[in-house]
Design a protein around this ligand. Structure first.
Ligand code: COA
Length: 327
């Protein structure tokens, strides 16, 4: 019995913000953003929409596409760095409740932009060990709620959105989550972080901002190196070549990173899936959102082999080989 990705769905929030919109409020230009990142637009949630609302929309569609009812889901796991609440309740609890899934385990994981790969690893283990029969996994972000909109070096890079999958089981190895590799190193914790206020006994509370801070140049170099090594490792471990893969779906942070990784690994243009120009970096939602675009363009068929690769704050990273097991 193998774990299998039965459906893919995403939710894109309604407000489209172009680079030109940023030109009106920041000292920046469409030319600078396009040249350095490839990003042209990103979507932001409305102020009343929380991360769980975005997760709900993607999760509902993923359940419909897998033909699964709320009572058939055994657990809900959400990956996010922009939860509804600071520490509790977790966003998965709120999302599950909105979906009509009650009295089932629901929890969040924190692995920043690698969150979706971490979700796949957990789901694969839970299904193959027999702990759960069907799991809803969701990468969801309202990054607009943790951005400093006066910092041009970060705020133009990110977007909001959610992507969800139902993970079930199969006896067909060609519809299985074949392999997942994960890594992390806290040595680089300050390369990409959201500092928070810490209270302590006897001290007045200082209200500090808790927005995304990034060392862009440092993270760029490490991202390319790590992503390439990661792909190399998982392909070798499974005796596969780049040409054996139907689609290479990397984390969508920056077009220059994607192109550098793709060229280094000799993937063809047709194999590399790119959606960063439309959505910006949506962190844990970026890979399932890109995967859903592929699905909506009717390019993704049962048995297609996807190679997923992500890198993010922590630092965390991970790659996965996944046969599409949906219809
Ligand atoms: N518009 C215009 N100018 C900007 C700008 C913006 N939005 N953001 C920064 N700049 C300026 C800087 O202030 C700097 O000006 P200075 O030379 O006068 O000091 C200049 O552009 C160059 O800045 P630098 O940070 O060296 O640019 P860069 O070529 O490294 O590009 C990033 C910056 C963020 C696009 C790039 O480092 C990057 O993509 N890093 C990876 C980020 C990422 O993907 N993170 C997520 C990983 S999950």
């Amino acid at each position: 019995m193998y774990a299998s990705l039965k459906s893919i769905a995403s939710y894109i929030p309604p407000t489209c913000i172009s680079n030109t919109d940023f030109e009106k409020v920041l000292e920046t230009s469409d030319e600078w953003i396009t040249k350095r990142t490839g990003i042209k637009t990103r979507y932001f949630a409305q102020s009343h929409q929380q991360t769980s609302d975005l997760a709900y929309e993607a999760g509902k569609l993923a359940m419909e596409r897998a033909n699964v009812k709320p009572q058939d889901i055994d657990a809900v796991i959400v990956a996010t760095l922009s939860p509804d609440y600071l520490t509790m309740p977790n966003t998965a609890c709120i999302t599950a409740f909105k979906l009509g899934i009650e009295n089932k385990p629901a929890f969040d994981i924190s692995a920043a932009c690698s969150g979706f790969i971490y979700l796949l690893c957990l789901a694969k283990s839970f299904i193959e060990s027999g702990t759960f029969r069907q799991i809803l996994i969701i990468g969801a972000e309202k990054l607009s709620s943790v951005l400093d909109f006066s910092d041009r070096s970060t705020c133009v890079l990110f977007g909001d959105g959610a992507g969800a999958c139902v993970i079930g089981s199969t006896e067909d190895k060609n519809a299985a989550i074949l392999d997942v590799h994960l890594g992390a190193n806290g040595r680089y914790q300050d390369f990409l972080c959201t500092p928070r206020t810490h209270t302590s006994f006897g001290q007045e509370i200082e209200i500090a901002r808790s927005c995304v801070q990034m060392k862009g140049n440092e993270i760029f170099k490490l991202a390319v190196k790590t992503l390439v090594a990661d792909v190399d490792e998982i392909l070798k471990a499974n005796a596969l070549q780049p040409q054996d893969v139907s689609f290479f779906i990397p984390h969508q942070a920056n077009l220059r990173i994607i192109n550098a990784v793709g060229e280094n690994l000799n993937f063809s243009k047709e194999q590399i899936i790119i959606s960063v120009q439309k959505y910006g970096n949506t962190s844990a939602a970026s890979i399932p959102m890109a995967m859903n675009d592929l699905y909506m363009q009717k390019q993704l068929k049962y048995g297609d082999l996807m190679l997923l690769d992500a890198f993010g704050g922590g630092l965390t990273w991970g790659s996965a080989l996944v046969y599409f097991g949906g219809k």
